[in-house]
Design a protein around this ligand. Structure first.
Ligand SMILES: *Cc1c(COP(=O)(O)O)cnc(C)c1O
Length: 360
């Protein structure tokens, strides 16, 4: 007999059937077969006359690899998953949109989000005509587990957990997420856009224990590649198989694949930059602590700091007058009078701190 901690995920696996979650139209779908699907190069010299491309070489005259095999093979090795557990997209935004389109029946299913959180989940639910059920975080910015399970019903296909959370900055408690993974009957999407800045471990290692888990990451934050648009989805091979059926054939362009590969190979440089950003974050928090108009600095596991101020509109405008753009998050629930500061370079940080100290 296995222990208690083990038995719940296993029970979950027994009752979880992805076929009950996938849209019927997607289940039945025969995906588009591209030229690069039908003939996969093994690297030998071939004459390619199958895709109506311009034959004159300029570096990008050929269609890119639709399954981004080189990049996936590197990510698989680094993250300890199989290549068939990875889907890449044109930013996390495309990845998230594919998840809605694969699993949520318009005007019938619903998803659950936990505001204050990343705004795209709500926008995507609008685009896809899927009801967005909102359950506010508790006042200490943790998921309100009982309430989430109460609003969930048989049509609740997705639960979005952003951890570390944007805009609050904190990573959620492991027990809270575990409870949700064990009890929610749809898919649990953990958005780890900021995981590289967190002291907490990624949920990737738990993919083998939870058939209902999807983890998304991105090269837009710690990896410094927001401009190339590369989002990553990790899940069971079964879930990735469904998403592969509906993704546009050439959704990640060749220039993006190339730049991403170079950067992911250069992990040391990424780690160095992350460490520098974390040092600067500490400096910023120290400086904010000493300011009269700062009322609260929230704990952060990300590359930004959320702070409550005396008058967010006034402070936002004052910073703008000094050519500094921060994000006013005051309209978000539980975030009245808050500003979100992204951590910049040491030089930018020094300037910001000097400007903040001179405000009155
Ligand atoms: C910035 C961010 C992303 C990144 O989206 P991309 O489309 O990959 O640039 C995803 N999720 C959250 C919560 C973010 O803050």
């Amino acid at each position: 007999m296995s222990g208690r901690a083990q038995s719940r995920p296993n029970a979950m696996q027994k009752t979880f059937d992805l076929n009950n979650i996938v849209r019927v139209s997607v289940l039945k779908l025969q995906p588009y077969s591209s030229a690069r699907d039908e003939y996969v190069s093994d690297g030998s010299e071939m004459i390619f006359l199958d895709a109506n491309e311009n034959p004159f070489d300029n570096g990008v005259n050929r269609y890119p690899d639709p399954y981004q095999r080189s990049l996936k093979s590197l990510l698989a090795e680094q993250k300890g998953v199989s290549e068939n557990q990875i889907l890449l997209g044109n930013g996390s935004d495309e990845v998230l949109d594919l998840i809605y389109r694969a699993f949520c029946e318009p005007n019938q299913d619903n998803i659950i989000t936990l505001p204050p959180t990343y705004g795209m989940y709500k926008v995507l639910s609008g685009i896809n005509a899927v009801e967005n059920r909102e359950v506010l975080l508790t006042i200490d910015f943790e998921p309100y587990v009982e309430e989430i399970l109460k609003v969930a019903d048989a049509n609740s296909k997705l639960l979005f957990i952003c951890s570390p959370n944007n805009p609050t900055g904190n990573a959620f408690k492991k027990e809270k997420i575990e409870q949700l993974l064990n009890s929610f009957n749809g898919l649990v999407v953990i958005d780890e856009a900021y995981i590289d800045f967190s002291k907490d471990e990624s949920w990737l290692s738990q993919l083998k224990n939870y058939q209902n888990l999807i983890v998304t990451q991105t090269l837009s934050k710690a990896y410094g590649l927001a401009g190339i648009r590369l989002g990553i989805c990790y899940a069971s091979e079964e879930i990735i198989g469904v998403l592969n059926k509906i993704k546009p054939p050439y959704n990640v362009n060749q220039l993006t694949q190339k730049r991403a590969l170079e950067r992911v190979m250069n992990q040391d440089l990424v780690n160095q930059e992350v460490q520098q950003i974390l040092n600067e974050r500490d400096e910023l928090i120290k400086a904010l602590n000493g300011l009269e108009f700062i009322e609260e600095i929230y704990p952060t596991d990300a590359n930004f700091v959320l702070a409550k101020v005396d008058d967010a509109n006034k402070r936002y405008q004052q910073l703008l007058d000094k050519q500094v753009v921060v994000r006013n998050r005051s309209t978000q629930p539980l975030c009245g009078n808050t500003l979100r500061f992204t951590v910049g370079t040491p030089d930018e940080n020094k300037k910001l701190i000097a400007i903040l100290k001179a405000l009155n």
